[in-house]
Ligand binder design. Structure first.
Ligand code: COI
Length: 354
């Protein structure tokens, strides 16, 4: 079922009520930005218009061969009333990398930035004010040519939609992770480093298996040896060893998360040593049992930072620390939120006001 359509902008009162409890991914702002590309003419100028359903032929290539890519980035309300996008240039560059890997046309970074800024500007009233809340922007591109040949499409549709999002709270509930013995997310030379739809669709069977084991998400192991911990669901993973932070290296199968990079940089500011080093499932379990690993957390744009309370494998489970939110996780999350909401100086130049 698709969400019910609303004709034209929502009345202010209705919008304000929705913004109080936005949830995630089920509410839309009033507009969208679209742009088309054809092999003959390249990119056409972007259009900003009312949010509306697409009408697509059943032979639209994206339905059959999966040339679809996306990004997720956030805009925040600033204390001075302005709205600011968080690291939009990094998202633009990753979107271009995703396009290249999927043999899709690269959208120039300035066109990406103009599109996300245009939507944030026109739907500025949809950017929630409360700390923790945000306006989640979803830029995406699909192969829009009508054809059944097994080759890269010659027409594409780029669009940006926006969705007010629930708070990333200072006390997020710890999650339980399931280490899938059977399924892998990404292999060398595959598409694990980019954001294409298939990476997510291909993960849902394992996610269902995780739920059957009472877990929220899957922790992905490397495809070659099934030993090294790589990612969690659609997020990156960090281990805290006292005042040292360890995260798996970008080995060629992991997504280079923008939040991952932000955490690495903020950690230095907070006096934590950082290492990008491989961690096996066995190391993780042993480290938690002998007290060397005191905390573990997942991070990504949508969730910000999520503490991991327990890990579960077919052979048993273990707690990380006391199974709650650890002090380092909390400090890093707060440092990130302080920058998002303008409560700490933006020394890294991450915010882009629109
Ligand atoms: C994000 O964190 O923005 C993601 O891409 C996760 C998304 C699949 C909900």
């Amino acid at each position: 079922m698709t969400a019910p359509e609303h004709a034209g902008p929502r009345p202010a009162e209705e919008r304000e009520a929705l913004l109080r409890m936005p949830g995630f991914g089920s509410l839309w702002s009033d507009h969208m930005v679209t742009a088309r590309w054809t092999a003959g003419d390249g990119w056409q100028p972007a259009r900003t218009g009312p949010l509306a359903a697409f009408s697509l032929h059943p032979a639209t290539m994206a339905f059959h061969y999966g040339q679809t890519i996306f990004e997720g980035l956030k805009a925040f309300w600033r204390p001075d009333g302005q709205r600011a996008l968080f690291r939009p240039g990094d998202h633009a560059r990753r979107f271009a990398r995703s396009a290249r890997r999927m043999a899709m046309p690269e959208l120039p970074a300035d066109a990406f930035l103009a599109a996300v800024a245009a939507l944030t500007r026109i739907d500025r009233e949809w950017v929630p004010q409360a700390r923790g809340h945000s306006f989640y922007l979803r830029p995406f591109m699909i192969a829009s040519e009508t054809h059944l040949s097994n080759r890269p499409a010659e027409e594409y549709l780029f669009a940006v939609i926006g969705s007010p999002a629930r708070p990333a709270t200072a006390e997020p509930a710890p999650i339980r992770l399931w280490a899938s013995p059977e399924y892998v997310r990404a292999a060398d030379g595959g598409t694990g480093t980019i954001k294409c739809g298939g990476n997510y669709g291909g993960s849902y069977l394992a996610q269902r298996e995780a739920a059957e084991h009472g877990c929220h998400q899957v922790v992905w192991l490397d495809a070659r040896e099934r030993r090294y911990v790589e990612e969690v669901g659609g997020s990156n993973l960090f281990f805290v060893e006292g005042d040292r932070l360890v995260t798996p290296p970008l080995s060629g199968t992991l997504l280079a998360g923008v939040t991952r990079d932000s955490i690495l940089r903020l950690a230095g500011r907070l006096g934590l040593a950082v290492a990008e080093a491989p961690v096996t499932l066995e190391d993780w379990e042993r480290g938690c049992r002998d007290g060397r690993i005191t905390e573990t957390f997942a991070c990504g744009t949508a969730r910000a930072v999520a503490p991991v309370g327990h890990a579960v494998t077919p052979d048993g489970e273990w707690a990380i620390g006391d199974g709650g939110t650890g002090p380092v996780t909390r400090r890093l999350l707060n440092a990130l939120l302080d920058i998002h909401y303008g409560h700490a100086p933006d020394d890294f130049g991450w915010l882009h006001t629109v």
